[in-house]
Design a protein around this ligand. Structure first.
Ligand code: CO
Length: 167
């Protein structure tokens, strides 16, 4: 496995719709493993291939308290709730940018796994948010366009400090 370099905003590749994956081979498996390692190393909960300079429909996310790894290849959101929620997001391609983003609280996604097998997954709350953020990346949509309120790094650190005190 290898750590990959993360592409930062305003790189053009981040704004392009990524190409469909058609080859489910060792190169794809290697990319998925490297993306996972890169995400963990950078304390991310999701990463999309354009963020490691590959304009293809591949994303890796961690879901739930168990931080289960989910690999999304050619994902499509096929259903979403009307109910939305606003919460803070960050992005590995935007160091030190944090902001409120409103998103549906539920999504159903169809995707392929690393073998090319189709699967369907329903996600709620923060998991749904992470999936939507990554699927946006694959469509060239970046979270900064959706931010309704930005926070400074100091404000974010204070919030986390408060949370820890409450626990
Ligand atoms: Co991102």
């Amino acid at each position: 496995m290898a750590l990959l370099e993360i592409v930062k905003n305003p790189a053009e590749i981040l704004k392009k719709k990524a190409a469909e994956v058609t080859q489910f081979d060792n190169n794809l498996a290697q990319l998925l493993d490297d993306m996972y390692e890169t995400m963990v190393e950078n304390d991310g909960v999701g990463i999309a291939a354009p963020q490691v300079n590959k304009s293809i429909q591949v994303a890796v996310v961690e879901l739930g308290e168990e931080r289960d790894v989910l690999e999304l290849i050619n994902p499509v959101i096929v259903a979403r709730s009307e109910d939305t929620e606003t919460d803070i997001e960050g992005c590995l391609s935007f160091p030190d940018v944090y902001g409120d983003v409103e998103r549906p609280v539920y999504v159903k996604v169809e995707a392929q796994d690393r073998n090319g097998d189709l699967y369907e997954l329903e996600a709620h709350d923060y998991d749904a948010r992470v999936i939507q953020h990554e699927v946006d990346h694959l469509n060239g949509i970046l979270f900064d366009q959706k931010i309704t309120k930005t926070y400074t790094l100091e404000e974010i650190e204070e919030m986390y400090a408060d949370e820890e005190e409450e626990e």
